[in-house]
Design a binder for this molecule. Structure first.
Ligand code: G6P
Length: 609
């Protein structure tokens, strides 16, 4: 996790770095720091526990001038958030400063070795070993010292390094954790992600594992692990900074909820040919290869995993291939059976989630083919995969994922339809009907968003609860899982999702007078069963809010409140039913006075295992 920014140029480095870090707070926000070369053998630095604003306030009083520097926004892994655990970390003489995103797995043994050599540690972080290693190997050449230091490291790291004796230099390294280099006019930037530098340049290099960047004044050189110069292709970012800003909404999350009609459209329409057949350009699997697939795994984390649950449903229903869904951190250690007839589909909004990446590597090593669904072009996941499906949802900044999830669902429906057509498991009529229905989802989502005041009123009634449940059956149970995750992660209300029929086997004991229970009821063949379940929990005092299809008057007779959503094909209902649940979570967080976009203890991009 964590975000890093570095700058070499003529501007005020402090301003550039703080501005860049403010765009990376989604990567972590429990402390922040900055270090700037001062020439004359010194580095000035400041580190503050808390949000970036704490550091900004401090720098208003004590500005740090200079043109070469590095900064960091942290999500704690080793050591609690504190000034001393914040990055940058410096050597004892304070002549070298390092920012790091990732985890050094062998830091304990390195630390012991360094302590035995007399090094004194000021923090509990794994990162501090890096700066002492650079110090140990430093013999007047900064990049050489960095090369020697990284040889000792095991784990994931994106690094930015400056040194007092090299006031016009910055060295950066990437291994497993993301890092880009931005090129301005006579100025250079490094950053964990594009929004950090988009204000200044659109020209970027995406670094590969093992690459080392050396910037001195106006010169940038990129080397590989073996110190050979590398010529890289410059990429031009084609989306705007506006796409990564709030655009008039109070929070990124609300903006991103409202971006969904557009995200659904973009993801679908750009891939329909004139005959309305889906063309998946970046999926190179042939018809023959697809026919050979005997097993599909879908592997992901968090919300992306929840999207995978619906992906399984769509692929099994349409393409008739068995699918298993697993959490990436579990999958890796479960010794899954895979061979060249296995397809692994990974789902990752950021494309940088460490466990998801590790799962891909495992699958590839066993001969499986890997297809990635990701929102970030050029991300690690997209580069590791043989086939890629980009969800064109635009940058997602709020920690709680919304538009990426709905775009992932669209991706799954399209992949399932494409596979089904190639495997001849769908009729042309059904195929066209579903394409038309997917296209119509965008305006149906807009209709749901128009009901936001009604949802706010429901939330006002239940906002003080300590616990809540989401119930559903079939695909509605999968929506319930995403809905529960959303509500708990930003409102901090303890929320669980249950298969409605399973609740009575234990969990119903937790239902008390007034316990809010949201019931997702969109599957026509399961309405009656859900009505029975609603009656069961009502009989025990629950306050039931149903999310049901328009026209379902029976539900309103048993529920305390009903949020009606428009109708579409049963298979596609998850795209609609999740929308009110996103608004429920948003308003619950807001009403409880939480920081909606930056919930406690979380980060958006989890680049540690
Ligand atoms: C974090 C985020 C979640 C996200 C998950 C997976 O936990 O807070 O919102 O779903 O990581 O992230 P990915 O980028 O791989 O989709």
């Amino acid at each position: 996790m964590c975000g890093i920014v570095g700058y070499v140029g003529k501007r005020n480095a402090e301003e550039v770095i703080i501005d860049g870090l403010s765009k990376l707070e989604y990567r972590g926000y429990d402390s922040a720091g900055i270090a700037i070369s001062q020439g004359k053998d010194t580095i000035a630095y400041a580190k503050k526990k808390g949000r970036l604003s704490m550091l900004e306030d401090y720098l208003k009083e004590e500005p740090i001038l200079g043109h070469v520097g590095i900064g960091h926004t942290r999500w704690a892994t080793h050591g609690e958030p504190s000034d001393s655990n914040s990055h940058p970390h410096l050597n004892e003489k304070e002549t070298i400063a390092v920012v790091h995103n990732g985890i050094i797995e062998n830091y304990m043994e390195i630390k012991e070795m360094l302590i035995s050599e007399g090094y004194v540690f000021k923090s509990e972080t794994d990162t501090e070993v890096i700066v002492h290693l650079i110090d140990k190997f430093y013999k007047g050449n900064l990049i050489e010292a960095v090369y020697s230091a990284i040889k000792k490291l095991r784990g994931a790291y994106a690094l930015g390094v400056i040194a007092a004796n090299h006031p016009n230099e910055l060295v950066a390294v990437r291994k497993e954790s993301p890092l880009i280099v931005g090129l301005g006019e006579d100025e250079f930037f490094i950053a964990s992600d594009v929004p950090a530098i988009l204000k200044y340049t659109r020209n970027v290099y995406y670094l590969e594992n093992g690459e080392v960047v050396h910037i001195i004044d106006n010169t940038l050189t990129i080397y590989d692990e073996k110190k050979n110069k590398v010529n890289k292709e410059l990429k031009v970012i084609d989306w705007d900074i506006e796409a990564a800003s709030k655009g008039g909404y109070d929070h990124f999350m609300l903006k991103e909820i409202y971006d969904q009609p557009q995200a659904i459209k973009e993801t679908l329409l750009r891939r329909l040919d004139k005959n309305r057949i889906i063309c998946l350009d970046d999926i190179k699997m042939t018809k023959e290869q697809l026919e050979d697939i005997t097993k599909v795994y879908i592997v992901a984390c968090g919300t992306a995993y929840n999207a995978g649950l619906i992906g399984k449903y769509a692929i099994e229903k349409l393409a008739k291939v068995p699918v298993e869904v697993d959490i990436a951190s579990e999958f890796r250690y479960s010794d899954p059976f895979m061979d060249e007839k296995t397809l692994l589909i990974v789902v990752s909004q950021s494309g940088e989630t460490a466990d998801t990446l590790a799962a891909m590597k495992l699958a590839k090593s066993r001969g499986a083919r890997v297809l990635a669904i990701t929102n970030v072009v050029g991300s690690s996941v997209s580069r590791e995969a043989q086939d890629v499906f980009y969800t064109w949802a635009g940058p997602e900044i709020a920690v709680a994922s919304t538009k990426a999830y709905t775009a992932q669902l669209v991706a799954f429906y399209m992949i399932a339809l494409d596979f089904a057509l190639k495997r001849s498991t769908i009729t042309e009529d059904r195929y066209s009907e579903l394409i038309n229905q997917i296209e119509g989802l965008s305006s149906l989502v807009t209709q749901i968003l128009e009901k936001k005041e009604d949802i706010l009123n429901i939330v006002k009634d239940i906002k003080d609860t300590t616990s809540a449940f989401y119930l559903g059956r079939g695909v509605d149970y999968m929506t319930a899982q995403e809905a529960a995750l959303k509500l708990k992660e930003i409102s901090y209300i303890y929320t669980e999702a249950f298969a409605a029929g399973e609740l009575k086997h234990g969990t119903i004991a937790l239902v008390e007078e007034g316990t809010p229970i949201f019931c997702v009821v969109t599957q026509d063949d399961l309405v009656e069963k859900m009505i029975s379940n609603i009656k069961e929990v009502k009989a025990r005092g629950a306050f039931v809010i149903a999310i049901a299809k328009e026209g379902n008057t029976e539900i309103a007779k048993v529920a305390d409140d009903t949020i009606y959503i428009p109708k579409t094909d049963n298979l596609l209902m998850p795209i609609l039913s999740v929308v009110p649940t996103q608004l429920v979570a948003y308003y619950a967080s807001l009403e409880r006075g939480n920081d909606v976009d930056k919930p406690r203890n979380l980060a958006k991009s989890v680049t540690v295992e």
